[in-house]
Design a protein around this ligand. Structure first.
Ligand code: GAL
Length: 369
């Protein structure tokens, strides 16, 4: 799916979707102050820290009161934080969920008090009480990661067979499934043609999952895969969904005897353009690719949704049919992810001022992933 601003849906389609959600932003609504609670999942991933601060600033600039909380991947803590935001009088919730199915009860209470709920980056499942979804084309993230592997192994021209392993993210984050499916669908043809082999046979989400998107968990699984399946066979590539996981995989590969920089170091994908990973991509020292999602734009979309509702307008969306959450298709605004490798990181990341050259060069190669 390719999205463009020209493809925006607004007006009647958007209004219909909103009234289905049971929360019309119509003339008879009470005057809203814009008080917004921002519930972010964790500080261990660079992006949530940046986005939390950006959203808080944008909302404050509009004169809206804010409260920002991080749940450090603890689903119960996030529920308590959201409850407290509602108790404090928040009229809007922007939520990057820790556990996509655990929020039904607290959101029901919020909705009963007329709170507008925006799922941020991660879809919230199994509740009717989500009004909007602001995210990226998550399936395309996996497609870009798989396409990098296809290109680097030159699968159009080479028969292989090449050995690859698959990693997926947290099972409590609905994005994980979209990334994984996008990647797997793109690689499927080559698996069928026997150009790609997965020696572990681990191709399902539950066995490839990485709890809390944690690099140490990924490192442990990669070590086990190497010891069990790659004593005698080489590993050529790893489909990894997120930079923190990728750095854990690279650490295991190094410990397993692969030499970063050497031609036989496996191709490793990633996501989020975290400075430490971009440094490795630049220096040819481990991970070879990441997916850039301009989170400044995402923060802006979520804040614009709040602003539109405060002004009595219907927020702009560009997707009404992709994100089914078990109750309904949640009206969404999706941004496009961008492939980043050594050939374009300067243009995509530095020229756009997402990262400075210094931030990349000074990024720590620590072991906390
Ligand atoms: C996902 C998000 C990714 C990555 C990951 C780990 O939900 O879409 O960009 O940040 O969480 O935090």
């Amino acid at each position: 799916m390719h999205l463009s601003r020209r493809g925006l849906l607004s007006g009647s389609a958007g209004v219909a979707a909103v009234s289905l959600a049971g929360c019309s932003a119509g003339e008879d609504s009470v005057q809203l102050s814009g008080f917004t609670g921002i519930a972010m999942p964790a500080t261990d991933s660079d992006r949530w820290v940046i986005e939390g601060e950006v959203m808080e600033q944008l909302l404050k600039d509009k004169g809206y009161q804010t409260v920002l909380e991080y749940a450090e991947n603890n689903a119960d803590d996030q529920i308590a934080q959201i409850q407290s935001m509602v108790d404090q009088g928040a009229e809007f919730l922007i939520i990057g969920a820790v556990d996509n199915t655990s929020l039904g009860q607290v959101l029901l209470q919020a909705k009963n008090q007329g709170v507008y709920i925006i799922a941020y980056d991660r879809l919230i499942l199994e509740t009717p009480d989500v009004d909007y979804y602001a995210s990226f084309d998550n399936n395309q993230v996996g497609v870009l990661q798989a396409e990098h592997i296809i290109k680097k192994l030159d699968l159009e021209n080479q028969d292989g067979p090449f050995n690859i392993e698959l990693f997926s993210g947290s099972l409590t984050d609905s994005n994980s499934e979209y990334f994984f499916q996008g990647g797997l669908d793109t690689l499927e043809r080559y698996i069928y043609e026997d150009k790609i082999r997965i020696l572990s046979g681990q191709t399902e989400q539950d066995v490839t999952a990485t709890k809390d998107w944690n690099g140490v968990v990924a490192m442990d699984r990669m070590t086990e895969l190497l010891e069990t399946y790659y004593e005698d066979d080489p590993l050529h590539a790893v489909l990894s969904p997120y930079d923190g996981i990728s750095r854990g995989i690279v650490a295991a590969l190094k410990e397993g005897g692969y030499n970063p920089g050497a031609d036989d170091f496996p191709i490793v994908t990633g996501q989020d353009a975290e400075a430490r990973s971009v440094r490795a991509i630049k220096e040819g020292n481990g991970q070879t690719q990441t997916v850039f999602k301009d989170t400044r734009d995402l923060a802006d979309i979520a804040v614009s949704m709040v602003e539109a509702i405060v002004a009595g307008r219907t927020p702009e969306v560009n997707d009404l049919g992709t994100y089914e959450n078990g109750f309904k298709h949640v009206p969404a605004y999706l941004l496009e992810p961008v492939n980043v490798d050594a050939s374009n990181y300067v243009e995509i990341l530095i020229d756009s001022e997402y990262l400075t050259a210094e931030e990349i060069d000074n990024a720590e190669e620590d072991l906390e992933f």
